[in-house]
Design a protein around this ligand. Structure first.
Ligand SMILES: Nc1ncnc2c1ncn2[C@@H]1O[C@H](COP(=O)(O)OP(=O)(O)OP(=O)(O)O)[C@@H](O)[C@H]1O
Ligand SMILES: [Mg+2]
Length: 237
């Protein structure tokens, strides 16, 4: 079953066509790399999938529901249930501990305060930070801060985890560790879409979607997957 279905999605900003007709299906449990040059529409597409933004035209179905027909409160509920988001810059609250930052991910999920703390600690354990729950962000390394951000994104157990260049602000070793966390979450059943400029990293994932000028230029699911992975890895050298 498609957990995500975009049909002819267009997004314009003034006279800029950020997306010019994107059609994409992602099945439950996939791990997809989104690549493409700067300005090709990767973040715009992820923001629309994450319902942070609405398409100018075209349709988006998430877990079978047509997002375009939903009211804002229905959309908030859908987001709380299905979507986790991770950004390049971690966006943690500086005055809040790791556990408090993660518990914020449950604010819209109607979970009692005490339960929030327990689930936050469990999410931190899942990303390997069980020993850092009461640290403040400035007491954590960049890679650890990004793991807190991932824990916050997954604490509500979302269907889909969206990550916009999650390794972009990290050194190679920390970035590799973050990717390992994403792989583990995917193995446990979460559908993951990750934007990356690291073409070797992208080529190591099961599926690659390449964007250009607001369109999906190439999708390994639609053609010869091994060939595209090789082409993308080749471009990295
Ligand atoms: N809020 C906005 N207002 C106006 N134009 C925008 C807005 N957001 C994106 N754009 C434009 O839409 C196009 C696609 O931008 P987008 O951020 O999706 O690219 P990207 O592929 O994520 O690039 P990068 O790799 O640099 O992050 C760009 O031309 C950009 O300038
Ligand atoms: Mg971007």
């Amino acid at each position: 079953m498609s957990v995500l279905a975009l049909r002819d999605v267009v997004k314009t900003y003034g006279d800029v066509g950020a997306l010019r007709g994107v059609t994409l299906d992602v099945a439950d449990g996939e791990l997809v790399a989104v690549v493409g040059p700067s300005g090709s529409g990767k973040s715009t597409m992820l923001n629309i999938i994450g319902t942070l933004d609405r398409p100018t035209s075209g349709t988006l179905h998430i877990a079978g529901d047509d997002v375009g027909t939903m009211r804002d409160d229905e959309l908030s509920a859908l987001r709380a249930l299905h979507i986790g988001f991770v950004f390049q810059h971690f966006h943690l609250q500086p005055g809040a501990t790791a556990a408090e930052n993660v518990a914020d991910g449950l604010l819209y999920a109607d979970v009692a305060r005490r339960v929030r703390r327990r689930r936050a600690v469990e999410a931190l354990e899942r990303v390997g930070l069980g020993h850092r729950v009461d640290h403040l962000p400035n007491q954590l390394s960049g890679g650890e801060q990004q793991r807190v951000a991932i824990a916050r994104a997954i604490v509500g157990d979302p269907t889909i985890l969206l990550a916009d260049e999650p390794t972009g602000a990290l050194d190679t070793a920390s970035g590799t560790a973050i990717l390992e966390v994403l792989r583990e979450l995917n193995s446990a059943g979460t559908t993951v879409l990750v934007i990356t400029h690291d073409l070797e990293l992208a080529a190591s994932l099961p599926r690659q979607v390449r964007m250009r000028d607001g369109l999906v230029e190439q999708d390994s699911a639609g053609g010869d997957a091994a060939e595209l992975a090789a082409a993308i890895a080749g471009g990295a050298r």
